[in-house]
Design a protein around this ligand. Structure first.
Ligand code: CTP
Length: 399
């Protein structure tokens, strides 16, 4: 039975959380409730305790809450943290990493997917601070059940009203269904740039931030897959719950991938692998001279092409970052590297490609091409895994 931790925060919409709880139970979900202190002034903890048939967690310092360190045990048990309704205060704390009560602590402690259903006055919803906090959460992969428009409890007319109960429940059920959708599958994702040393202080690299690969790894993890993330040097923290393999050069990445590829079902090469490396790496710092700096570069192994040449049942996904003639270049790459799916994106434009949190892409496979308009890298990652699932369901699955 899937476990949903239902976070209830202090606003009048709290009473609707009772209906959300009942509907989830009807769908065979085990619901545990965590309330903020203010939420208990709208609906009593007793109500939620009676409905959920579990103790309600309000205060992490209360005697009894620490025999099993409740915020950690609930965080671990959760298949989904659903916060409905979420006040501006709760959203702000989640976005800023403030952990000053049971719910905000649990938010930081859980590795489960998180859905937030805001309920605010229209002016609060439109305030820059709230909009930015919601954007931060979206970027980090938190799902937002968008509020509706209409009469608000405060008498104002506008956007901010808690989404309707069936919509919140549906969003939760979608996440739970997705959570199991890659159970038993083993995937390897590469991410980031590679770094090719010239000498102990200089190197050749590229602008890849690693975000696309990290979001892909996190999305696969949240769908229940066993994930290996082979990453070049990035500024990102390694995602929890994945087998993290840090590498530096293209050679090291090639080695890390090829030694693991036979143990996985899908390889996604999101890394921006250097095509060239310096022919020689100097052990000592190269001193400057009056002349130029001749740098002889030689080709690195094309990891993806190598996998494509003997891929058997391995499902291969490649990326193509192009500045021009996107589709033509990408089509050629897909064919030449024998890929099941190619994600083509334009680099060098605002909001797309390297270093941005958003991306637009064309997904290309043997059946055709689907355009994904500018969206968060996490949302693009979800689209990519959806497409992988569709295509794999038609192909014979590896034993
Ligand atoms: N790739 C790889 N090994 C390399 C270079 C690239 O596996 N040595 C992978 C990348 O991870 C990506 C895809 O191949 O999935 C990109 O294809 P590629 O033809 O190498 O793209 P570019 O490097 O952009 O090639 P070009 O410079 O010719 O456009």
């Amino acid at each position: 039975m899937p476990v949903v931790v239902l976070g209830v925060t202090g606003c009048i919409g709290a009473y609707k959380a009772c209906e959300v709880l009942r509907e989830l139970q009807r769908a065979s979900v085990d619901v545990h409730v965590v309330m903020t202190a203010h939420a208990t002034r709208f609906v009593s903890a007793l109500t939620f305790e009676s409905l959920s048939q579990h103790p309600v967690f309000v205060d992490q310092f209360e005697l009894g809450s620490n025999s099993d360190i409740r915020h950690i045990s609930l965080a671990d048990a959760a298949d989904l943290l659903l916060v409905a309704p979420a006040t501006a205060n709760a959203i702000g704390k989640f976005a800023q990493g403030i952990a000053d009560d049971a719910l905000s602590t649990l938010f930081l402690a859980t590795r489960a997917p998180v859905l937030v259903a805001p309920a605010l006055n229209v002016n609060m919803f439109e305030h820059e601070a709230v909009a930015e906090n919601l954007e931060t959460l979206r970027r980090r992969g938190v799902g937002i059940v968008e509020p509706g428009s209409g009469y608000l409890a405060c008498g104002w007319l506008g956007r901010g009203r808690l989404a309707e109960v069936p919509e919140i429940v549906q969003a939760a059920m979608d996440v739970l269904a997705r959570r199991q959708s890659m159970a038993g599958q083993r995937v390897l994702v590469t991410a980031g740039p590679t770094v090719e040393d010239i000498d102990p202080v200089r190197f050749v690299s590229n602008r890849s931030s690693g975000r696309m690969g990290y979001r892909l790894a996190e999305a696969a993890r949240d769908r229940g897959a066993t994930v290996i993330l082979v990453s070049g040097p990035t500024a990102l923290p390694p995602p929890g719950g994945v087998d993290f393999v840090p590498v530096r050069s293209a050679e090291q990445m090639a080695q890390a991938v090829s030694s693991r590829a036979s143990a996985v079902d899908v390889v996604v090469m999101a890394a921006a692998v250097s095509d060239y490396r310096p022919a020689r790496v100097s052990d000592v710092k190269v001193k400057k001279s009056d002349g130029g700096f001749p740098l002889e570069m030689v080709r690195t192994p094309d990891i993806l092409r190598g996998l494509g040449q003997a891929k058997g049942a391995l499902f291969l996904v490649g990326f193509a970052a192009e500045t021009d003639h996107l589709r033509e270049h990408a089509r050629t790459k897909r064919r030449e590297k024998n890929l099941d799916l190619l994600v083509a994106n334009t680099v060098g434009q605002d909001g797309s490609g390297f270093a941005a949190d958003t991306n637009a892409a064309v997904l290309m496979d043997a059946d055709g091409e689907v355009e994904v308009p500018l969206t968060t890298k996490r949302a693009l990652a979800e689209r990519i895994w959806d497409r992988v699932a569709e295509l794999r369901s038609r192909a014979p699955v590896k034993a």
